[in-house]
Design a protein around this ligand. Structure first.
Ligand code: GTP
Ligand code: ZN
Length: 200
């Protein structure tokens, strides 16, 4: 156990061979033949896919926000409709949708590159997640990196575990938000929410 991923957790290195073995066992357990033509390379493919989809376990996502600009802007900056693809930790099925990320820089705080907000979303999304934690982690990482006056993060996602199985309600949208600092004030929060809605 080593390499803390920015939140104090000890994380084992990615074990591709272990994933391959597990996927082969899974195929057998569901009643499939892992040696038939179409499935022979599936354990290796899925091991490669998981390495990509769970790469955020092995990085400190906060490193995504380390480009700062010396520019004065004391009002809202919002990047909306950032595509989100993550995996729910309950069923290991995808959830996907969009993130809207905004902040108000502090006079003495940092302004970062716009793409860095999307990189931050991406880094935390590439872990087994629940939508609430993903939302909170993005907001708290921005507070930590930028020391802004305020932060707002809104995620709107559809969970495949609710669409293709279980309750089977395709199209149901889960909306989560995390709001910090000055953006908790009703007027500022309302402005942010109307800008997010207006961008749609
Ligand atoms: N709060 C929260 N719940 C989630 C998230 N992703 C999936 N879930 C829920 O996790 C719950 C797991 O419920 P369980 O009763 O343990 O599992 P289950 O029998 O498969 O539940 P069903 O999905 O209702 O069939 C379900 O209600 C899912 O909808 C998420 O990001 N946040
Ligand atoms: Zn789920």
């Amino acid at each position: 156990m080593a390499s803390p991923a920015g939140d104090g957790r000890a994380v084992r290195p990615y074990d591709a061979a272990g994933v391959e073995r597990a996927v082969r066992d899974l195929l057998i357990a569901i009643g499939e033949d892992p040696d038939r033509d179409g499935l022979r390379e599936t354990p290796e493919r899925l091991a490669r896919s998981y390495e990509e989809m769970f790469a955020g376990l092995h990085t400190d996502p906060r490193e995504a926000v380390q480009t700062f600009f010396d520019l004065e802007h004391n009002e809202l900056v919002i990047v909306s409709d950032i595509a989100v693809y993550s995996v729910c930790e309950h069923h290991l099925l995808p959830f996907h949708g969009v993130a809207h990320v905004g902040y108000i820089p502090a006079p003495s705080g940092h302004v970062t590159g716009l793409s860095k907000l999307a990189r931050l979303v991406e880094a935390y999304a590439r872990r087994p997640q629940v939508q609430e934690r993903l939302t909170t982690q993005i907001a708290d990482a921005l507070v930590h990196a930028l020391e802004p006056r305020g932060v707002v993060v809104v995620l709107e996602c559809e969970h495949m575990c609710m669409s293709m199985r279980g309750v089977r309600k395709p199209g149901a949208r889960t909306v989560t938000s995390a709001v910090r600092g000055a953006l908790r004030e009703p007027a500022t929060r309302a402005e942010a929410m109307s800008l997010i809605r207006g961008a749609r």
